[in-house]
Design a protein around this ligand. Sequence first.
Ligand SMILES: Cc1cc2nc3c(=O)[nH]c(=O)nc-3n(C[C@H](O)[C@H](O)[C@H](O)COP(=O)(O)O)c2cc1C
Length: 352
Amino acid sequence: MDYEKIKPLFFRLDPEYAHHLVTGALQIAEAIPQLLNRWVCKNFVDDEMLHQEIFGRTFLNPVGLAAGFDKDAQLVRSMTAMGFGFTEVGTVTPRPQPGNPAPRLWRHIEEESLQNAMGFNNRGSLYMERRLKSRYYPYVTPIGVNIGKNKTTPESDALIDYEHGIRVFRDLCDYLVINISSPNTPGLRDLQNEEFISALFDMAKKLTRKPILLKIAPDMQKEQAVALCTKAVEAGADGIVATNTSIDYSLVKAPEEVGGISGKVIRQKSFELFDAVASELFGKTVLISVGGIDSGYEAYRRIRAGASLVQVFTGLIYKGPELAGTINRTLIKLLKKDGFSHISEAVGVDRR
Ligand SMILES: Cc1cc2nc3c(=O)[nH]c(=O)nc-3n(C[C@H](O)[C@H](O)[C@H](O)COP(=O)(O)O)c2cc1C
């Protein structure tokens, strides 16, 4: 399939409608094992050079699907068939919720970026629990569950929603991510403070030994982000996912005044925040870099800066379904060119 040819047709459709069309087709594909197998052969790069043991699992390659694309855990098999080494599902909230009114997803085509104000539309934890139990977990590619709070839950009760998420999913995934960095749930980013983080991880660590990571926003001051992530790791966090979408609307020419921006225009901002966090925490915790990654070169830059794993979302929309395979093949080329025999030799090499 030549994605560049069908992209203009897709881009004539409303972005959310196009997303439903694609995910609907992928769900049908999930029921056709022969088709998925063909895709696996085409897209999945399984090279020893890229294998890593993380969180007690083998990650066959370091390129994952970022949270928000598969909000209800419906696409894990098809994402593996598209070449992803792991999938982060969610954000899932305790109760189902519709999210914000549409329109709530926009393309900034020239800037290869998206803007979304989805607001954690999802079918809730019971639905996802059933999906993971009946279809996916455990799976050949690791699964992360990204958990959030319901819009109607007051900030003062946020801990209760996160506790619910941890209890439900602790035995149904390979790692959990605490999302307090989405701009689309009022007040959520206010939870990015040291007091809440300490209370959260104190609670979480009593509930499970499953790895729990913290996902942060790219708009924090570097010192603030480093302090927050350091606090999280001291309180028991097993990793950091940096970053979520940005509310810096000056990044695009014709912004909407709501939601978060992702894709090419947040690349540098996202890298710089990741780099700041890695300067303090590389070697002390697992680091996942996300934000504007759409090529093997950018993925390699993040890996060299300290990322064991990377994730993509917006790049998939602009570069198409072969992106994960392309990134992995480029990574192997770049590792060899620089004389590395295994990805682990390159992780954080620019820090050492
Ligand atoms: C439409 C859309 C929905 C998203 N939903 C979520 C979400 O539910 N939870 C979350 O943690 N991040 C969510 N994200 C953020 C992505 O996971 C990612 O952190 C961000 O888009 C930056 O990566 P990118 O530039 O590769 O898209 C969403 C992003 C987009 C574009």
